[in-house]
Design a protein around this ligand. Structure first.
Ligand SMILES: NC(=O)c1ccc[n+]([C@@H]2O[C@H](COP(=O)([O-])OP(=O)(O)OC[C@H]3O[C@@H](n4cnc5c(N)ncnc54)[C@H](OP(=O)(O)O)[C@@H]3O)[C@@H](O)[C@H]2O)c1
Length: 298
């Protein structure tokens, strides 16, 4: 059993309780594992004994991420590199197919990769980048890999945020209400939660679960595309934000802890927190169906 506290920064973090679990033989896929919260979570999970698939944007980034994890003590043989531009649905689909073939049983899927755009970028599918990366990529991977997670009676974890809101299913590309990066990010993070509750209903009774993590305000590169005063404020926020290790802890806990038995929870710091979009089942189902249509059409 490995009880790792690697990366703990006494200046910015409180000590973390070790998670008493041995993940030997468990296969865990982590998206956005090349940097930030996902990278730290991947490290902790491999230190706990798991076999971790490190999903990054490119083969070079995934190889570099694995080298960085090994340099910090991870066993190379427990790490597998995968890659896809998660803002390109054809690449996401190809990734999902490869993962489904490689892992008919998948213990944990952590959908974590995310972007916070500085300007509006439309993808080749005619959809906005943050919507594709932060929402449709999660949905495509969950849709394709849910069978493997069910087979393992495993866990799905979505990284969302309390920086969320303003989602209107009838104006997802915000052509009616106006676009900016914050609004695009916030609506994507609201969607993550609503869609997780829709998946929880579908997984109910299967032994597989889905839970959602809020990592807190974390010193990562997520806001690197923000410019002007907002960009400066985002950089200043580093002074008060927690370490990526602290931010990643809730993902690790949701993925690994024996304390986590249930589904459809929203967690920060290993504690359940309220979600204001929990009760509107009709809106969750409408959004879920819309995402499935977008995935099929593009
Ligand atoms: N930082 C915070 O305060 C905070 C708070 C709440 C929630 N979150 C959430 O935490 C998650 C991780 O963010 P982070 O803070 O760790 O940011 P980060 O350091 O920028 O890491 C984001 C990860 O996602 C990957 N990614 C982004 N776009 C991608 C794409 N098109 N294709 C493939 N990979 C892509 C990044 O790869 P590249 O480096 O190649 O782009 C990187 O590995 C996100 O879902 C974010 O919304 C963060």
């Amino acid at each position: 059993m490995s009880l790792s506290t690697a990366g703990y920064n006494p200046a910015m973090s409180r000590p973390l309780e070790p998670i008493p679990v041995d993940l030997t033989g468990k296969r865990i896929v982590v998206t956005g594992a090349s940097a930030g919260i996902g990278h730290e979570a991947a490290l902790e999970l491999v230190m706990l004994g798991a076999d971790v698939t490190v999903v990054a944007r490119s083969a070079a980034k995934s190889a570099a991420a694995i080298d960085a994890l090994v340099a910090r003590g991870a066993v190379r043989a427990r790490l597998v590199g995968e890659h896809a531009d998660l803002g390109a649905l054809t690449e996401v689909r190809a990734l999902a197919d490869r993962l489904a073939t490689a892992h008919p049983r998948l213990d944990v899927l952590i959908n974590n990769a995310g972007c916070y755009p500085g300007q509006r970028v439309m993808t080749s599918n005619g959809l906005e980048e943050a919507w594709v990366t932060n929402v449709l990529a999660y949905e495509a991977l969950t849709t394709r890999l849910q069978g493997a997670v069910r087979a393992a009676r495993g866990r799905i974890v979505y990284t969302a945020s309390t920086m969320a809101g303003d989602l209107d299913v009838d104006d997802l590309d915000r052509s009616r209400r106006g676009w900016n990066g914050i609004k695009a990010y916030r609506q994507s993070k609201q969607a993550n939660r609503m869609l997780a509750w829709a998946w929880a209903r579908r997984l109910d009774g299967s032994g597989a679960t889905i839970n959602v993590a809020h990592p807190g305000g974390v010193r990562t590169n997520i806001a690197h595309r923000q410019r002007g005063l907002w960009g400066v404020l985002n950089r200043l926020a580093f002074l008060t934000q927690r370490s990526p290790r602290m931010g990643g802890d809730v993902l690790v806990w949701l993925a690994a802890s024996p304390e986590v038995g249930g589904s459809a929870g929203f967690y920060k710091d290993r504690r359940a927190i309220p979600c204001q979009w929990r009760d509107d089942v009709a809106a969750q189902e409408r959004l879920w169906a819309l995402c499935q249509r977008q995935l099929t059409a593009s």
